[in-house]
Design a protein around this ligand. Sequence first.
Ligand SMILES: [Zn+2]
Length: 407
Amino acid sequence: MTIANAKTVSAGAALPLVETAIDILADLVSFDTVSSKSNIDAIVFVDAYFKRLGAATVRIPAKGQDKENLWVTFGSGQRGGLVLSGHIDVVPIDGQKWTRPPFELTREDGRVYGRGTTDMKGFLACVMAISSQLDLAKLSVPIHVAITFDEEVGHVGAFEMAEYMKSAGIEPAAVIVGEPTRHFVVDRHKGAVGFTTEVYGQEAHSSQVHLGINAIDIAAEVVALLNALRADQRNLPADDAFHYPYPSISVGTIHGGQVRNIVAPACTLEWEMRPILPEQLATMRREFDKRVKMIIANRSKEGMDAPRIVTRCLWNAPPLISDPNSSATALALQATGYNQASGVSYGTEAGVYQQAGFPTVVCGPGDIEQAHIADEWISVSEIEACLKFLERLIARTSDATFQINGG
Ligand SMILES: [Zn+2]
């Protein structure tokens, strides 16, 4: 069965809640919210949905982009309660071999397929569906929903959302980031820090190498330096929460030179670090800058401008750090029935919210292995599990009562 562009969901429709969630998911998937594009059509749709349910909403324009964050509040007050958080942007489909329409929900054999079903419109659809069951009169604390742009490209939206929440004086008991964990409670993950290093040398005819400074040669030294720093990190104690139990450094691209017979004047590296703790990033950067100075000194030639090595940090998504006293962890464990939180290797917006001072965990439907792939999918049973999770979570936070039909 294919559900195409069915923007017909009305609040409290007399369907089993899982069907309501799948109908909403069909609507969400039909908006092409690839990070490079505007998300405003989708935000307008979600905003109208929450408004119909009686929520107070704030559309927060992105700084310098045609995109918005959406902040939604059921109930009143700033203290306590929950923030249910998710990003509405998705990764591109370019170069992937889809056998089903990426921006149309396809339901087959207990699964629904479409871009963003797992990462992470499935969670948002569950939050929207469960919201239709909230008894606002019985909410003792506020339930907020935070929907962000640009998670997939440096968590830009989450930084702006965290700023908004701080300025609004929001003090939730928990921020729940509903990225796919199959409802395991994740209280730690690595950060992700993106760098670009540009190397500038001196152009010359390749028969006159003494008159040039080869930027590719220097970039190769920088690559060797990054490899050495990665090797240094293996001296840290192994952290078995992660498949690769150390901070990592990886060079993703290298572009340099013009043609074979010109000494290359420029070369650019794109690379990243994934720290487990923020101070590991600071230590790495200090050591990197120190050794880069040595490379410049070694490569400088008399009578010529010194080569330049310019390194910019493009984004710094902080790690999520385990906090045994976190109210978010306690609540999520109660709501899932697990007795222990765990770590994952991928990054999420949770580190951004935690760094801003909010107790935060990651817990949501689907498996990360189903994310970002062609024919991305989520199982209907995971959607059902998410609705149950949200029901218990909200009930424990707010003493709210529910009328879950068919659930
Ligand atoms: Zn995601």
